[in-house]
Design a protein around this ligand. Structure first.
Ligand SMILES: NC(=O)c1ccc[n+]([C@@H]2O[C@H](COP(=O)([O-])OP(=O)(O)OC[C@H]3O[C@@H](n4cnc5c(N)ncnc54)[C@H](O)[C@@H]3O)[C@@H](O)[C@H]2O)c1
Length: 260
């Protein structure tokens, strides 16, 4: 009978993008608390330490996921500081609200904004993954496995709403990359999975007025509230620890199915 390959995150080295805020920040906090050896906290905004013990194991790197040189520099920092890379968690992302054609103003969707969202959410995720593989591939395999890449899509990849055309396109691209990338990297023992969150209470969401947040929460069947970022981070931990998780996109949304 096959032996269980489940192993804890203890002693692993993780690179997290979008680490300075929201879901990425929650992943940093949970994984440090669970005993990882170190985290590279990559973000275009500065990472603020608020815990002295953890601070020694979190190395902030400022950079843009769409820039090859910034990503290469983050991977080099990881190699120099920790000598290995076990998992990447892609959380860097942006959202905009704009319709394909605005019948009130008579204007089509601004092309530059569309391209910018695709570039950060989709191309940025691909850029980080493709470059991270090189260092991950050098790991000594454990039960045939060397590491895992985790992407963050959104339920908008499946039920994109009015005004979410750019965001939903970028996130469905992330869902689409998951299986072929898992197949490409299978011979190296590198797994690839995507998380598709519903509505989580992060700075992105806190920009909305309280009334709008209450209305959004009421659309979530059970539990009827916005997700806590640590609930997302817990799923990140599960994906890292469970070796049979591969080539899959998991919704974490309290049974939310967004309406048009
Ligand atoms: N919060 C939600 O409800 C929710 C739902 C579904 C999906 N998501 C996705 O989860 C991810 C994290 O969202 P969040 O709510 O934590 O947002 P957030 O705005 O709190 O954090 C996003 C972080 O990404 C960083 N970032 C943006 N562009 C970058 C770039 N080019 N290079 C490097 N860093 C960059 C930002 O500086 C920020 O720190 C995003 O991809 C978002 O689309 C969030």
């Amino acid at each position: 009978m096959a032996v269980s390959g489940v192993r804890t995150v203890k002693d692993l080295v993780i690179l997290i993008t979008g680490a300075s805020s929201g879901l990425g920040r929650a992943a940093v906090e949970r994984l440090i608390q669970q005993g990882v050896r170190g985290v590279i906290a990559f973000d275009r905004s500065t990472f603020e330490h608020n815990n002295v013990t953890a601070a020694k194991r979190v190395i902030p790197v400022v950079g843009d996921v769409t820039e090859e040189k910034d990503v290469v520099s983050a991977i080099n920092t990881c190699k120099n500081e920790f000598g290995k890379l076990d998992a990447v968690v892609n959380c860097a992302g942006v959202g905009i609200a704009m319709k394909t054609f605005n019948e009130k103003s008579g204007n089509p969707h601004d092309l530059e904004s569309y391209e910018q969202v695709i570039k950060i959410n989709l191309v940025g995720t691909f850029n980080m993954n493709r470059i991270a593989c090189e260092l991950m591939a050098k790991n000594e395999p454990i039960n045939g496995l060397r590491g895992v890449l985790i992407n963050t899509a959104s339920v908008a990849a499946f039920d994109g709403q009015k005004g979410q055309v750019a965001y939903a396109s970028s996130k469905s691209g992330v869902v689409g990359m998951t299986l072929p990338m898992a197949r490409d990297l299978a011979s190296l023992g590198i797994r690839v999975n995507t998380i598709a969150p519903g509505l989580f209470l992060t700075p992105m969401m806190l920009q909305l007025p309280e009334k709008a947040l209450e209305r959004l929460a009421s659309t979530i069947p059970c539990p009827s509230r916005l997700g806590h970022p640590d609930e997302y981070a817990h799923l990140v931990q599960f994906i890292i620890e469970n070796p049979m998780m591969n080539g899959e996109t998991i919704r974490i949304d309290g049974a939310l199915r967004m309406q048009p």
